[in-house]
Design a protein. Structure first.
Length: 334
């Protein structure tokens, strides 16, 4: 016979509402009560009927994660973390890719998935706060990334200014005197690139290090191939640098290939720092020094905010900064 919610409640000696709260991972349940209900669930072999519960609640049990590029390792890792996080609360994850396009970002906010999802975690790259406020639907929303949010929208980010300063200080403290930046921002709408460049410049100024446009290596687009081409062009043009801060790990990997082809050794001739600590950074030769954002906490915080909003939380938007570390490996070893 099918075990019901009523059976669990009777065995545990609690109300059906309490059993429902435990099954739905409602946080305001006493640990002793939760343990008693869980024991009854285990003893009876009760399996929650998610479809019936969602029909009764008017919810779909689905949340969306909209990100710029699924093929980028950083976002792939973020999507995997988000999928694991939402499954822990009996949700399923819908992945949407905007490909860094303004029209795709608008479509995400205008509710093209209206009726299919209960909430949305979104990392825009181009939309401004007024755009987001104007376009967003009634679907609960949490933003990731560096674009400033509207007042009523929750937002989770890493301090890119501080992280870029930390990476640049690391190279200067190791004795590098001409530190270049790969990923100069040509697109004024790309807030992340702007902040990382600003942090790099601030560190150079604080330490009185050499600065100048000749130390800014432009990339018209992001990725390993673009980085390899940009560094190769800069070297052929006579660029001189002994340290390199890269926009992300893929850029750093492309830069290291260009340096090797030109006969320059990493780290003896040029020390290289990447960003994101994607898995493959441990397998480059040498292994890549990189900024490691706390991706797990970022995802957990974003989904915690979203659960609150899906549960009826109102009011001003909350803003959370998650931590980062500089992971020092062979590409900057001296």
């Amino acid at each position: 016979m099918t075990v019901t919610l009523q059976d669990v409640a009777a065995l545990a000696g609690v109300s059906m509402k309490t059993v429902s709260n435990v099954v739905r991972h409602y946080q305001h349940v006493r640990p002793s009560t939760r343990a008693k209900v869980q024991q009854a669930i285990d003893q009876l072999g009760y399996v929650p009927h998610s479809g019936a519960r969602r029909l009764a609640s008017g919810r779909t049990g689905m949340v969306a994660f909209a990100l710029p590029a699924i093929e980028a390792p950083y976002f792939a890792e973020m999507a995997a973390l988000m999928s694991t996080e939402v499954e822990g609360f009996d949700y399923r994850l819908l992945i949407e890719q905007t490909a860094g396009g303004i029209d795709e970002e608008r479509a995400v906010l205008q509710g093209r998935e209206h009726g299919l999802i209960d909430g949305l975690v979104f990392q825009p790259t181009l939309l401004s706060a007024p755009d987001i406020e104007k376009l967003r639907s009634t679907t609960p929303l949490v933003l990731l990334g560096e674009i400033p949010p509207p007042p009523a929208v929750d937002h989770v980010m890493v301090d890119n200014l501080a992280a870029a300063r930390t990476a640049t200080f690391h190279l200067l403290q190791s004795g590098r005197t001409r530190v270049a930046f790969l990923g100069r921002n040509h697109d004024v709408g790309h807030v992340t690139a702007t902040l990382r460049l600003a942090g790099y410049r601030a560190a150079l100024e604080e330490r009185g290090a050499e600065r100048g446009d000749d130390l800014l290596i432009p990339m018209t687009r992001f990725g390993a191939f673009a980085a390899e081409a940009a560094v190769s062009d800069a070297l052929r043009a006579g660029a001189q640098f002994d340290g390199l801060i890269c926009f992300d790990d893929l850029s750093a990997i492309g830069a290291m290939k260009a340096l090797a082809r030109s006969g320059r050794s990493v780290p003896d001739d040029v020390a290289v720092v990447g960003w994101d600590d994607i898995l493959m950074t441990q397998f480059t030769t040498p292994a890549l020094t990189t900024i490691r954002p706390d991706k797990a906490t970022l995802v957990q915080t974003a989904f915690s905010f979203l659960r609150d909003r899906m549960g009826g939380e109102r009011g001003e938007g909350r803003h959370a900064l998650v931590g980062f570390d500089l992971v020092v490996r062979g590409s900057t070893a001296t």
